[in-house]
Write a protein that binds this ligand. Structure first.
Ligand code: UT7
Length: 335
């Protein structure tokens, strides 16, 4: 790792990548499992289908594939990467899946670790990574968001199973002394409301020997109070974005794109209305992928970069929100 000696260090966005499993689960197919319908799911969420990992897939593999395409776009020599942060709530190794991505890439000079903040995870990882770059500690970093929630969904619970899917996205970002395209951010947590969305541990009592008990590890499926999470999102996301605009001397009309965590089309529409951001500027791909947790934001950015919607120097307002409860916002300029 080479120490950077600039007085003022900014962040530059160099590449994006994404990966989704090829196995598609449609609304129609879900309605064969639980009492729901394509019409209900589409009208309440905007989702038509989602991707489900095959049994041989895992978060590290998805994250690796997304990261590799971001590196290719950035045109980086893999050995020059200093840092890899993986946002995930579903690592295939509870000790961390980022080291596995580092190894698969052959990024032997990079330090790699996981960060968990559920659906806010990618945004929190992007903010964390940017602070490392701006502090002059690292030059090149990969921020990866990957989740495989299909492994933790209760596929008999129609109130939640319709929402989630699997996928990964990644951004390649770099420190520069020429400009700063990471304009500002804000982050919040309210653990008091954490009970509205959980993937809790499920521990069975067991004993090692007669008088020494222990709890065996495991997890219960996702538990969600959908209405409360919905109310939280439509209230807090406009507030945090509005504050961020004021803090950075921006306003919503200067924003080229609003990229929200892809949870529900009604949430996207409501936040857009409250901020007076027109529909054409609000990017959405949840119809195809559902809620892929930490992957939604980089998956959406990558799609919009590759279809030439997002162009160099476009201003992007982004916000992640979800379990914790946690939420955050960032204002960036692409390039
Ligand atoms: O990253 C954050 C992740 N979580 C979220 O973003 C969740 C945010 N919340 C939501 O997106 C919405 O609350 C849901 C899509 C989960 C639910 O939509 P809703 O409009 O809030 O529905 P509801 O919970 O108020 O339920 C309305 C009715 C109920 O029936 P009754 O009690 O009125 O007879 C539910 O039992 O719809 C029923 N229902 C369903 N019916 C058909 C709930 N789920 C389904 C379903 N199919 N899948």
């Amino acid at each position: 790792m080479e120490e950077i000696k600039f007085n003022q260090i900014g962040v530059s966005f160099k590449g994006s990548g994404s990966y989704v499993p090829d196995q598609i689960l449609t609304n129609e197919e879900i309605s064969q499992k639980v009492d729901t319908s394509d019409e209900w799911i589409k009208s309440r969420t905007g989702i038509s289908e989602r991707r489900i990992s095959r049994v041989e897939d895992n978060v590290a593999d998805m994250g690796y594939k997304a990261a590799l395409t971001a590196i290719e776009m950035a045109n980086w020599d893999i050995k020059t990467i200093d840092l890899i942060v993986l946002a995930t709530s579903t690592p295939n190794d509870l000790f961390g899946s980022a080291p596995s991505i580092q190894a698969k890439l052959g990024a032997s000079n990079a330090v790699a670790f996981d960060l968990t903040a559920a659906c806010s995870g990618f945004l929190f990882a992007l903010i964390t990574t940017s602070q490392f770059l701006k502090a002059g500690n690292f030059k090149r970093a990969l921020v990866v968001g990957a989740d495989q929630l299909s492994s933790f969904v209760d596929w008999n619970d129609r109130r939640s199973c319709i929402l989630f899917g699997d996928g990964a996205g990644a951004l390649a970002i770099e420190a520069t002394n020429e400009f700063d395209n990471f304009i500002g951010f804000d982050m919040r947590t309210d653990g008091e409301r954490g009970c509205f969305l959980n993937l809790p541990s499920k521990n069975n009592e067991d004993s090692i020997i007669d008088n020494i008990q222990f709890l065996s590890g495991g997890f219960s499926p996702i538990q969600m109070n959908g209405q409360e999470v919905y109310k939280f999102a439509v209230k807090e996301v406009p507030i945090i974005l509005d504050k961020l605009f004021k803090k950075t001397n921006y306003s919503s009309d200067k924003v080229d794109w609003l990229i929200l965590h892809q949870a529900n089309q009604r949430i996207l529409d409501s936040v857009g209305d409250r901020l007076r951001i027109p529909k054409e500027k609000i990017l959405s791909n949840l119809e195809k992928y559902g809620n892929t947790s930490a992957a939604t934001i980089p998956l959406m950015i990558d799609e919009a970069i590759r279809n030439h919607s997002i162009k160099q120097n476009d201003i992007i307002a982004t916000s992640g929100f979800g379990a914790g409860l946690s939420w955050g916002a960032a204002l960036i300029k692409w390039g």
